[in-house]
Each structure stands twice: as C-alpha cells, then as structure tokens.
Design a protein around this ligand. Structure first.
Ligand code: NIG
Ligand code: FE
Length: 422
C-alpha cells in the first residue's frame, strides 16, 4: 500500500495506546513501547504501528523520517491553559519573592485582575500576536493539541474576543486548540461585593452567548466541544456559585471542567464530580476522601505541578496516591501569566516525577492519552493507534524516560502534526 509517510527505525516507538478510555492505576506504567518501531501515516492519520521490518514490507512511503537512535511518541496534549492573554506579571513574580502570596496579590486587585485590565485593553490582533508566540514555544516543546480558556475578559465583549482569538489561533497555527469558557474566573471590579449578581450575568447572558458563538464556530464543524469552567476557591467563587455555572453550561450542551482544591478544599470537587465533569483540575488540597471519589468516577484528575513550583511551594497534589487509587491522572502546564508562565509539558513531567513521585511512564501517559481524554478528544489524539491523527514527535533520546529525566533543555527534534512536519 502507498502511504504519505513512514517514520522508521526508532530506538523506541511509544504508542501510549489505550483503546477503552484513559489509562488508570498500574496500566499507567505501560507506554506501549515497540523497540525498533515504525509508524505509517496517510492523509494525516496513523495507518499502522509496528516493527520497522514489517511496516517496510507492507507500505511504500512517499516520504520517510529516519528515527534511528531516537524515541517516537505521540504529540503532547496540554489539557489546561490560559494561553490567550495580553501583558505579563513579572512585577508580581518579584513581589512574591519578597514574601507576598498569590492570594494576597489577588485580593489586592492584582493577579488575575491585572491581566484582565491588559486583556480588556488589547485588540483582537494584539491578543492573537502575543498568544501566537507562546503557542510557537509550546509546539517546539512538543505540544500538538491544547485546551485554551477565556477568563481574562470578565465582560461579555472581551470574553467573546478571547473566544475569537482562540478560533483565529486554531485556524492559523499548527497546534490545535479546544476552547473553554471561563467567565467565572474572578470577580470583576464592576461587581465588587456582588458575586451572586455577577454569576446571574454569567448564567443569563455570557453562557448563552458563548454557546451561540460555539455553534457557528469552526469548532462545531470539526466536532470539537466547548467546555465551561469555573474557579472554585476562597477569593473566587464558592461551591454554590460554581454549581450554578456548571449546571447552566451543561444545560446549554457544554462539557464541564472545574478549578478545584488549588489552595483550599471548599467543596468544588464534590460538585464537579456529581455533575459529571470531564476533568477537575489542580487538586493540590484534595485529601484521601476526595481521591477515593475521584478514583470511583470517570472524571480525569488534571494535576499541575508547575503551579506549586512557580509559587515556591513544596505542597503538590498527591498524584501518586491518585494513580495508586485508580484515578485517571493527566498533567498540564496551566500556562498563564501568574501561577505558571510555563509552555513546557516536559518540564511539568520532570517536576511531577520528582515531587509527585510519578514514574516517567506515568508522566508520559498523563501528558498524552489521559490529557486527550481530559479535553474530550481521547478518540482522536494522544496516542499512536490506527485511525487517530498522525501527531507525533521524534525525541533526541534512546529511551522515553529521558523526557522526564533530563530537564531545562528541549529534546524534541521533529514535530509532525496531522501527518505534516511542522
Ligand atoms: O489555573 N487558578 C486560577 N487560574 C489560573 C491562574 C490564572 C492567573 O494567575 O492569571 C490557574 O492557576
Ligand atoms: Fe487554570
């Protein structure tokens, strides 16, 4: 059979295959490695994976990539990002070094609200240009699909402009995006002291407008869902307010995500699990009971080691206990200007192995197939299996463990997205 591309002779071809859903428990230690492996690609999709000799016999490729001495693995999937924003918060970084905490800065009108001011003042063109540079970095570091949230507008016009920026970037950039509406990210100054009135507005005006935007967007055409998300935290929104947002989103056909237990457990996890969220994210303050509930659910647990790392905290989500309990764990960078200005999933993997005691295999599964399930695309990306998108990386290392073992550099030699070298 004639095919467009054969990637061959890999020291290790790592499939991360998982046909029945995300990997859990001991299955997270299995990356599906094929020594001397190859992958055949046609019309943007994976046609076959297997030993090089076998695939060479079956396929006549128009183009080849020689992966001798290298690892071939699925493109990384970043399931939680705030990549679309304007400005930066380097000044707050310095204040935190001086002792101010993230929540103190937020309560004083800085933090998320500082980025809201910059984002409201930016044109669509500026927002796209600033965010595109970050997507370029992510792609070079191996991310081929990412979720992208709104949440720096907190008014209808700017939230919709962020959605437009996400669509424009998805169209113009090799990296594919999945949109999430996060109108309930923080309380805007216009609503100071009136959080319930703001939630009324989110539920009655913003969410229906976001759902209507999604119906006529390129995402609906391509079968990509719109998620609704909420920041459930002291100083942001409580569990009752979070429930209202998630229930309203669900009634409009959106899939659900929630920021829960980042600093304190205020009941958001229970609400999100009860409502059938696709993922719950952060989980740094989640205890044994919450972990048991997570393990018994179909919700993906997205952990974010870049945030405690960036905030200089030694307290990380107990991802080890989550995997051992049988939860489906995924990893993200959470790239954003405050809690994690980081485009690198390999760095997130490196921190997760050291401070959360994930094995390199578990970290890789968490950043590929499980991350794909966390954004509703588990059937399409995140593993090298026949029929899935041909999104793959050639890694300059003899063994996949180097992805987490080495850090601070970039081992990604080649990125293939939809079957094309990018
Ligand atoms: O996931 N926690 C809330 N939202 C982001 C931070 C956003 C920001 O600081 O600008 C997070 O950590
Ligand atoms: Fe976040």
């Amino acid at each position: 059979m004639k095919v467009d591309l054969l990637v061959h002779s890999a020291a290790q071809l790592v499939t991360c295959a998982s046909p029945g859903g995300p990997r859990r428990g001991p299955a997270m230690r299995d990356v599906g490695a094929i020594p001397g492996g190859a992958v055949a690609v046609h019309e943007g999709r994976v046609v076959a994976v297997g030993p090089t000799a076998e695939l060479r016999q079956r396929f006549q490729p128009a183009e080849t990539i020689d992966a001798t001495g290298a690892v071939v693995c699925p493109g990384f999937v970043d399931p939680h990002t705030h990549v679309v924003y304007a400005g930066d918060r380097a000044d707050e970084f310095e204040r935190r070094i001086g002792g101010a905490t993230y929540l103190e800065i937020m309560a004083a009108g800085g933090g998320i609200l500082s980025t809201v001011r910059a984002t409201r003042a930016a044109t669509l063109g500026q927002l796209v240009a600033e965010s595109r540079a970050r997507l370029d970095q992510m792609l070079r570091l191996g991310t081929t699909t990412a979720e992208a949230k709104t949440g720096y507008g907190l008014d209808l016009a700017t939230e919709l402009r962020q959605l437009e920026a996400i669509a424009a970037l998805d169209e113009a950039h090799a990296l594919d995006l999945v949109p999430t509406f996060l109108g309930a990210h923080a309380l805007p100054p216009e609503y100071a002291g009136r959080p319930d009135a703001y939630i009324d507005m989110v539920v009655e005006e913003m969410l229906p407008a976001a759902a209507a935007w999604h119906r006529r967007s390129r995402f609906t055409q391509r079968g990509v869902p719109l998620f609704v998300d909420v920041f459930c935290e002291r100083g942001a929104f409580d569990a009752t307010q979070s429930r209202r947002v998630l229930e309203a989103g669900r009634a409009l056909g959106m899939a659900l995500k929630a920021h829960v237990d980042e600093f304190a457990d205020i009941g958001g996890l229970e609400v999100a699990l009860e409502l059938g969220a696709t993922s719950v994210d952060h989980l740094d303050a989640t205890g044994p009971e919450g972990i048991a509930r997570l393990a018994a659910s179909d919700t993906v647990a997205v952990v974010i080691p870049t945030v405690p790392f960036n905030l200089g905290s030694a307290h990380f989500a107990d991802a080890r206990a989550m995997v051992d309990a049988g939860a489906a764990v995924a990893l993200t960078t959470d790239i954003n200007p405050g809690s994690a200005p980081c485009p690198s999933l390999p760095l997130a993997m490196a921190i997760a192995c050291r401070y959360q005691r994930l094995l390199p295999a578990e970290a890789l599964v968490a950043a590929t197939i499980n991350a794909a399930h966390a954004i509703g695309l588990g059937g399409r990306v995140g593993s090298l299996e026949p029929g899935k998108d041909a999104d793959l990386l050639v890694i300059d290392a003899p063994d996949y463990r180097h992805l987490a073992y080495q850090f601070g550099g970039n081992l990604v030699r080649t990125v293939v997205k939809h079957g094309r070298i990018v």
